[in-house]
Design a protein around this ligand. Sequence first.
Ligand code: URA
Length: 243
Amino acid sequence: MHLDRLQRRALDAMGIQVWESVAAPAADVPAVEPAGAPAPAGTDARQAPVAARSGAARQAAGAWEALEAEVRHCTRCALAASRTQTVFGVGNRDADWMVIGEAPGAEEDRQGEPFVGRAGQLLNQMLRAVGQSREQVYIANILKCRPPNNRDPKPEEIAACRDYLQRQIELVSPQLLLAVGRIAAQALLQTDAPVGRLRGRVHRLAPGGLPLVVTYHPAYLLRSPAQKRKAWEDLRLARSLLR
Ligand code: URA
């Protein structure tokens, strides 16, 4: 594996040392795990012939605008009353990687952008370690509004927000999803299994559907740096899935 300067710096920040060999063995890719939820539909505008692309791109831009406005005015659950603003998502709408976190925290609620606090800085480093920048990927959360005092999202809040994320996934049409943390992993896979059991393998949102890799939440990694090595393994697994 060849590492460039930015990746090396990101790995240092994650506290991970990597020995490079000239002919490094390929990462072991564990078996693919099918899971419950339906695969997102959606056409891949990136594959469209040039003549058709401008129409498709215009349609996609309209769909993004409509979805963003719908989220901005959402009152589907009680979090609408306590939020400063909704936190829709950020990044490349044509991304290969889509990162899904839990919910906005205080800083995200203030700035209107996901993962802008300390956890966000570590997330940026984690992405950089596998050659992805924050601008290259698309980042969204399970919830678009901050739960007060950073409490866990309630099942009814997750249910109310589910369709927004589903539509974001369809619009981005990424090659893979990276679920960071327990809430994102459990909500996407509709399970109550702990992250320790979900990470380290490839799930699919439906048999033959979008690949999903689970890893630890960067806020957890800030509290438990010994787990960063496992997060690094998960990120390498995710990277190995890209076409
Ligand atoms: N944690 C999350 O899961 N999402 C954010 O946007 C910020 C912190």
